[in-house]
Design a protein around this ligand. Structure first.
Ligand SMILES: NC(=O)c1ccc[n+]([C@@H]2O[C@H](COP(=O)([O-])OP(=O)(O)OC[C@H]3O[C@@H](n4cnc5c(N)ncnc54)[C@H](OP(=O)(O)O)[C@@H]3O)[C@@H](O)[C@H]2O)c1
Ligand SMILES: [Zn+2]
Length: 344
């Protein structure tokens, strides 16, 4: 099959087109003819360094791409929920199904032996991808493959934090830290779709202007006294904070959130070292949830929301697979607003 592969970790120049063996679906697995994939920080950081996921014996060549949507092409023994010809979107987080957490039916993103698509196994930057049956989520006809390919990483992360864990509802005041990122913008859209008032905080002034179309307010980290501006635009302290930034958020969090606030943390774009006022946070009964990815049911709920056009993923550009390196470079350099989709 045609694929974009890399044979060593490094910059976008390590990506090269190649003809590699088409994977066969094993028992309980599904092969998907990929129609669209997308670009995430995860894909870039993994290609760059292995991102702490790859040991010294990591098997190259590797096909990245944590997101994929397409048409089922073949199924392995025992597969019953999908069949060839079905449209599906792949859920990135592959739980083992066998560990103590999986057997106890804990949320699948707490699996002790998980894999991520495009990281621990070949992903969406190829003509075909093989996933466990449980990771093939049916995609109704009205949802275009390009929109579906935006969902599994960025939008699932937003949904899992805001809806599944924080239960954002009308009446909530939500601040999204790093709202100019693809994941932050997804969070703004999800919180809005849930009826909350939403203010996004980001860095790039041009992107903040565009963010104003989606949020009830957009605030620049460069503005003097920006936390007060967030409170003004929200009409009070935030009841929910969604964090993709890390360091800069935690320095100022006590100026942003309300007593009893819920905080969902999924990123560290400004740094992973936190200096914060712990006394303030516990006196004010703050719930903080750190997490990776989400659950299959988050993706199912998102597919339904996109079908009803309650959430419409923001797509910056659609590029052919052969232009993956340039597309990843554009995302890495912060030139994009919303998702970059790769057409396969
Ligand atoms: N836990 C999970 O499962 C999960 C899932 C998805 C993403 N994430 C994390 O969420 C974050 C965003 O990911 P993404 O794929 O959405 O990224 P992205 O679209 O590439 O956006 C990254 C953003 O980081 C901002 N940024 C970089 N350095 C900054 C700094 N020093 N101060 C403030 N802003 C800074 C940039 O803002 P400007 O454009 O305004 O300059 C850029 O928009 C990453 O940390 C990623 O690892 C985690
Ligand atoms: Zn498990």
């Amino acid at each position: 099959m045609r694929a974009m592969v890399f044979r060593a970790f490094g910059g976008p120049e390590v990506l090269e087109p190649a003809d590699v063996p088409t994977p066969e679906p094993g028992p309980g697995e599904v092969r998907v003819r990929v129609q669209a994939a997308s670009v995430n920080r995860l894909d870039i950081e993994f290609r760059q360094t292995g991102f702490g996921f790859a040991g010294p014996d990591f098997p190259f060549p590797h096909v990245g791409g944590a997101d994929a949507a397409g048409i089922v092409d073949a199924v392995g023994a025992g597969v019953t929920s999908v069949r060839p010809g079905d449209r599906v979107v792949a859920f990135t987080f592959v739980a083992c199904g066998r560990c103590a957490h999986c057997l106890a039916r804990r949320p699948e993103n707490t699996c002790l032996d998980y894999q991520l698509l495009g990281v621990h196994r070949w992903g969406g930057y190829a003509e075909y991808v093989v996933v466990p049956e449980r990771n093939a989520v049916p995609l109704p006809e009205p949802v275009p493959f390009e929109q579906a390919a935006c969902l599994p990483v960025s939008y699932v992360t937003a949904w899992h934090g805001l809806v599944n864990r924080c239960d954002v509802s009308p009446g909530d005041r939500v601040v999204v830290m790093g709202a100019t990122s693809a994941t932050g913008l997804a969070a703004v859209q999800v919180a809005r779709a849930r009826g909350a008032r939403v203010v996004g905080v980001g860095r790039n002034p041009q992107k903040l202007e565009r963010l104003a179309e989606y949020a009830d307010g957009a605030v620049g980290l460069g503005e003097e006294g920006w936390p007060a501006r967030v409170r003004d635009l929200l009409g009070g302290r935030a009841t929910v904070l969604f964090d993709t930034l890390g360091t800069v958020t935690w320095e100022r969090i006590h100026e942003l959130v309300d007593r009893g606030a819920r905080v969902a943390v999924c990123g560290r774009s400004s740094g992973a070292e936190l200096q914060t006022n712990l006394l303030w946070l516990y006196r004010n009964v703050t719930s903080v949830f750190f997490y990776l990815s989400g659950q299959r049911r988050d993706l199912e709920a998102l597919v339904a929301s996109v079908e009803r056009r309650v959430v419409v993923p923001v797509i910056d550009r659609v590029v052919p697979l052969e232009e993956l390196a340039a597309a990843q470079r554009a995302v890495a350099e912060g030139e994009t607003f919303g998702k970059v989709v790769v057409r396969v």
